[in-house]
Design a protein around this ligand. Structure first.
Ligand code: CP
Ligand code: NVA
Length: 303
């Protein structure tokens, strides 16, 4: 593994290797063994974010430092990227100065181009296409809470065609669990996108009550992703019926856990009541960002 640009690029074996190491790093955190694990020692990693972030930024900054490295943060507002310098020129500069890059932006192509022109280990910290780091942390949480994914049913509620939904699709495809994207037709992935999946475990359903029957995980994300603000009001209206609320959780049954990548908008994609009742799982996902990403960076630094 030279980069982490998407979950699509990973095999099941690579996902499991990351998650096994993430579990070890989590267990060891704060011990002497952890202090000896310094794969980024002597390295400086760059974080280039053109979208807002709380969890991703903090977990990567803490993670790089815990692995013995240094890190700096750059936004378009304080670099020439904001004045139109092309990605490929920025990448060629970074390739000569830094040791790795963590990028959050709009176009997937920009992250791919950065990786190609910098030659650095590059991590996708969210694009419009995928959010691989979040789903790795979610898989770690699923393992901790449910013992794994074999035979499990995950229902993704809301915008079934956004970056989170897409990373979940690749996880389900590679690892072989059942994934139901529960969304109105308009917010389901198109036929051409769905045609890539061969596992037979991915389905779309527009009826929430039907979708959640027997679910092990009810998952949701914001209805209005970063960059979609102009269509915010329409999205909130069209996705209103896809909220995770008490009634839906009860329909799923007592086995179901509720997950959310955060940030959460109470009263929109999830109710305050459900969010607080499942806060233990939801904030465990947020913590696992650190462990999963430390595992990814440890493996990238090994190459
Ligand atoms: N879940 C997630 O990526 O959160 P941030 O946008 O705060 O980084
Ligand atoms: N789909 C959301 C995820 C936020 C972590 C977005 O792109 O804004």
């Amino acid at each position: 593994m030279k980069n982490l640009l998407s979950l699509e690029q990973l095999t099941a074996g690579e996902m499991e290797e990351i998650l096994d190491l993430a579990a070890t790093l989590k267990k060891r955190r704060g011990t002497r063994a952890a202090a000896r694990h310094q794969p980024l020692r002597g390295q400086t990693w760059a974080m280039i974010f053109t979208k807002a972030s709380t969890r991703t930024r903090v977990s990567f900054e803490v993670g790089v430092r815990e692995l013995g490295g240094d890190v700096f943060f750059l936004s378009p507002a304080d670099s020439q990227l904001g004045r139109g310098e092309p990605i490929r020129d920025t990448a060629r500069v970074f390739g000569r100065l830094a040791h790795g890059a963590i990028i959050r932006t709009f176009a997937q192509r920009d992250v791919e181009e950065f990786a190609e022109f910098s030659g650095l280990p590059t991590i996708n910290a969210l694009t419009d296409e995928e959010h691989p780091c979040q789903v790795l942390a979610d898989l770690q949480t699923m393992r901790e809470k449910l013992g794994g994914w074999a035979g499990r049913k995950v229902v993704f509620m809301g915008d079934g065609d956004n970056n989170m939904a897409r990373s979940w699709m690749w996880a389900a495809e590679r690892l072989g669990f059942q994934l139901v994207l529960c969304a109105p037709k308009k917010y389901q992935p198109g036929a051409a996108y769905l045609a890539q999946f061969r596992s037979g475990g991915i389905a779309c359903e527009s009826d929430p009550a039907r979708a959640v029957a027997g679910a092990d995980v009810l998952y949701t994300d914001v209805f209005v992703s970063m960059g979609q603000e102009a269509e915010g009001a329409r999205r909130l209206k069209e996705l209103k019926a896809y909220q995770i609320n008490r009634e839906l959780v009860e329909r799923a049954g007592p086995q179901a856990i509720v997950m959310h990548c955060l940030p959460a908008y109470r009263g929109k994609e999830i109710t305050e009541e459900v969010l607080e009742a499942h806060a233990d799982t939801i904030f465990q996902e947020a913590e696992n960002r650190l462990h999963a990403q430390k595992a990814v960076m440890s493996l990238l630094a090994r190459v």
